[in-house]
Design a protein around this ligand. Structure first.
Ligand code: ATP
Length: 768
């Protein structure tokens, strides 16, 4: 299904009553209903541009109509397990916040409060229809992206860490690590939370809007449906994007200008993503801004609705044209309608349907192969990507549109006889746009298709080779070389994946520890729970979780014994800000432990399970996967991280947790086991000034310059970005730089191999 794009024209504000209206969204042309927005060509007023949308709402449209037509119909899908994303896009002051949030009066309520109201209503119906077998619960998360940093809106601004919350990719979705999630039992509950959180949003007066949003705000409403089989969770995301601003008109001061630059940049990246998807590019620049990474247009599953907000005024002319152009192209983006999976509380019975009656028709999950190009599915062979600025003439002789609701933007050139048909038709394209047939055929083979073809051919060839192996014997020396290389490659890939997963898990543990130290047990518990999948079967972690649960429960019991229970209860699952993550190093200059930690670190009592135990446990786990050699290396590379990051881990129950290496022992083990030059250098670096090459490497890393870091041998874009992100998390700490190779190795996701390769790259470069 394509992204559904609808346009909404806001009415004139009191101060604009005498202003010139140039946008026509009457939804009617020559007495016939249409879904067009018309606007004159700024260079030639006799000409008119027409843009077609899936729906057009003119000035007097009430809030209720937008919700009833555009959002309410998708509530059913939401309860069937599909994610629903609604986002408002447009220039500053065009009514995005009005559309999403709305006013305080009942009739003025925007999409968000109505959405919640609809969800609760439907939730009650689902529970009732199931005869009480299914229970529905709602949780909320709400955050903003301000100056390309993510902040939890349920958290007071003074509690925020400057670096904001990090993003991670998990199960094909972008998640905000450390974001709080609040149980929200009813509308009253929601209103309270939502109003409070909105006070935390960054807004300010600009010349173009008295209360302009300076951030993109993302509300995530999770619907959890639980029955005897398990829990189905789907998410409705309501996004109020900040508006683009023409700073020649805003007369913004310095601070507003910085915000504006960030807003405009992210919106520019969004338009680039839309263009790239439209062109069928393999690389979509999602990662160039946090907003696009989160929105993941065309990558996310489910239903996506884009509401384009427009102001009717001439003063917005160029901005309006630009946003009409971007959004009309967004219609072409295909979004996969894939439902979320039920998380089983127990293994499903063989042959039993998944979930309740409503879930029986759920379509099977499809692999997300070549996600970037899924939009191509809906493209007809004759289609071609839209131009950066699509200008087509309306024509009397214009063939019937493919579908009035999905036709592409058209330019109406009323006085021209040389008219081109709209590209909404499947007929051949006009001269200017058409390509010669010879050139067209290969153009239909998109890069993705070519790649897919090659991949298929290669796999076929490899499969045949395997089948033919007994009869066809390749020359021994070739087969051995190839085999060795393949094995090395395989090890490398597996090693990298294991490292990444482990680093991710360790991040959760680290955050858990920090939450816990601040006494935020509930958040800590959540973080520990999130770490579980990364360390399956870790008894100590399990014990830690159950102890923490018991502690929280005991606390609750004490509280409820003292206070009479309220009629409803709101459970704050995670409320803490994402803490500043201390780099997991032991170097005093780098990571000054608070006094309490220091005293703990000098505890004479050894940890019940040391690094050795921990590596053994993990080694066992990996041995099951038949990769004992690799594990050793992993364990070595991670020991220091584990040790220093968690060596102060917990008091009471926590002491027993696995990540407690004895640093000295670990170091000597690493030295003994490694004959790599990089380690000897590193150990020198521990005690002596770094060698010039080490310094060069560390200077590059500490530059926090992604491009520079990517120049290091073996460091790709992702690793470079992660490294910078990690360092940024330390940026509150003056001098939060990496000072030794050992510290660098211990950064999550880096490890031995990366450091070794980067170092050798520098050595080689020096030799050349
Ligand atoms: N449909 C509408 N009916 C009545 N008033 C509206 C409507 N849409 C917008 N407004 C008014 O227009 C003004 C600007 O709207 P709003 O703040 O929602 O714009 P915005 O697009 O969110 O701007 P920004 O991007 O700067 O945050 C507000 O005073 C709002 O009340």
């Amino acid at each position: 299904m394509s992204v559904r794009v609808v346009a909404r024209l806001r009415p004139l504000l009191d101060k604009e009553l005498d202003k010139d209206i140039i946008v026509d969204a009457t939804g009617e042309k020559d007495g016939k209903p249409s879904s067009m927005v018309r606007i004159p060509n700024p260079k030639n007023e006799a000409e008119e541009f027409s843009f077609a949308f899936n729906g057009v709402y003119d000035m007097p449209t009430p809030q209720e109509e937008i919700f009833t037509n555009e959002v309410a119909p998708h509530l059913k899908s939401l309860f069937q397990g599909l994610d629903v994303t609604i986002f408002a896009y447009g220039v500053t002051g065009t009514g995005k916040t009005h559309t999403m949030r709305g006013g305080m009066k009942l009739s003025e309520r925007g999409v968000i409060p109505r959405l919640l109201s609809g969800i609760y209503r439907r939730g009650r119906k689902v529970a009732k229809d199931s005869g009480g077998e299914t229970s529905v619960s709602i949780t909320l998360s709400y955050y903003e992206i301000y100056n390309d940093k993510v902040y939890d809106l349920f958290e007071a601004p003074e509690k925020r860490s400057l670096a904001g919350l990090p993003l991670r990719e998990k199960d094909g979705k972008t998640i905000v690590v450390g974001l709080s999630e609040h149980a929200c039992d009813d509308l009253k509950d929601f209103e309270k939370l939502y109003i409070e959180a909105n006070n935390n949003r960054s807004t300010a007066g600009t010349k173009l809007n008295a209360q302009s949003s300076r951030s993109h705000a993302i509300l995530m409403v999770k619907v959890h449906q639980t029955d005897s089989e398990g829990t189905l969770t789907s998410t409705a995301s309501a996004i109020d994007l900040a508006g683009s601003e023409d700073n020649r008109r805003t007369e913004n001061g310095k601070e507003r200008m910085v915000e504006s630059a960030s807003i405009n940049k992210s919106l520019f990246v969004l338009s680039q993503c839309i263009d790239a998807i439209g062109r069928g590019d393999k690389r979509i620049p999602y990662r160039e801004s946090k907003m696009t990474r989160i929105l993941s247009l065309g990558q996310n599953n489910g239903i996506t609705i884009m509401i384009l907000n427009l102001a009717p005024l001439r003063s917005y002319h160029l901005d309006t044209l630009s946003s009409l152009n971007v959004s009309s192209r967004a219609k072409r983006i295909e979004v996969r309608e894939i439902e979320n999976e039920v998380v089983f509380t127990q293994p499903p019975r063989k042959g039993a349907p998944v979930g309740g009656a409503t879930l029986q028709q759920r379509q099977p999950l499809r692999p997300l192969a070549n996600a970037h190009n899924t939009h191509a599915v809906g493209q007809k062979s004759g289609d071609k990507p839209a131009k950066a600025f699509s200008v087509y003439t309306d024509s009397k002789a214009r063939p019937a549109p493919r579908s009035s609701s999905t036709a592409t933007s058209t330019l109406r050139r009323t006085n021209s006889t040389n008219k081109r048909p709209s590209d909404s038709t499947n007929s051949s394209r006009p001269t200017k746009l058409a390509k010669p047939t010879v050139a067209r055929t290969p153009a239909e083979l998109t890069a993705a298709k070519i790649e897919e073809l090659i991949e298929r051919k290669v796999s076929e060839a490899l499969a045949n080779r395997v089948l033919d192996q007994p009869s066809v014997k390749p020359p021994i020396e070739i087969s051995e070389t190839v085999q060795k290389r393949l094995e090395a490659l395989e090890r490398k890939i597996e090693n990298g994946e294991a490292e990444e997963a482990r680093a991710e898990g360790l991040r959760f543990l680290l955050m858990a520890k920090q939450h816990k130290e601040r006494g935020e047990d509930t958040s800590a518990l959540k973080m520990y729970e999130m770490a579980v999948p990364y360390f399956p079967g870790q008894e100590k972690l399990g014990k830690k979780i159950s102890n923490l649960r018991a502690k929280i429960q005991a606390k609750k019991d004490t509280e409820s014994a003292m206070i009479p229970p309220p009629s409803f209860q709101r459970t704050t699952i995670v409320t803490a800000p994402i803490p500043k993550i201390q780099l997991p190093m032991s170097a005093a200059s780098f990571d000054e432990a608070p006094p309490k930690e220091k005293s703990q670190s000098h505890k004479p009592k050894p940890m019940p399970i040391d690094s050795h135990d921990e590596t053994d446990e993990l080694a066992i786990q990996h041995e099951e996967n038949h990769k004992p050699r690799k594990i050793k290396a992993d364990a070595e590379s991670d020991d220091e991280f584990n040790g220093s990051a968690l060596e102060h881990e917990g008091d009471e129950d926590d002491d027993s947790f696995a990540y407690k290496p004895k640093p000295k022992k670990t170091k000597s083990k690493a030295v003994a086991k490694s004959s790599l030059r990089v380690f000897s250098d590193q150990y020198d670096a521990e005690h002596e000034p770094p060698t010039p090459r080490t310094k060069q490497l560390l200077d590059i890393v500490n530059s926090r310059d992604v491009a520079l870091i990517m120049g290091l041998s073996g460091v790709g874009a992702k690793k470079a970005r992660d490294l910078v992100e990690f360092l940024e998390l330390q940026s509150e700490d003056d001098g939060g730089n990496i000072q030794t190779l050992q510290q660098l190795r211990a950064v999550p996701g880096v490890g031995n191999r990366t450091v070794e390769r980067a170092y050798e790259g520098i050595v080689n470069a020096c030799l050349v």
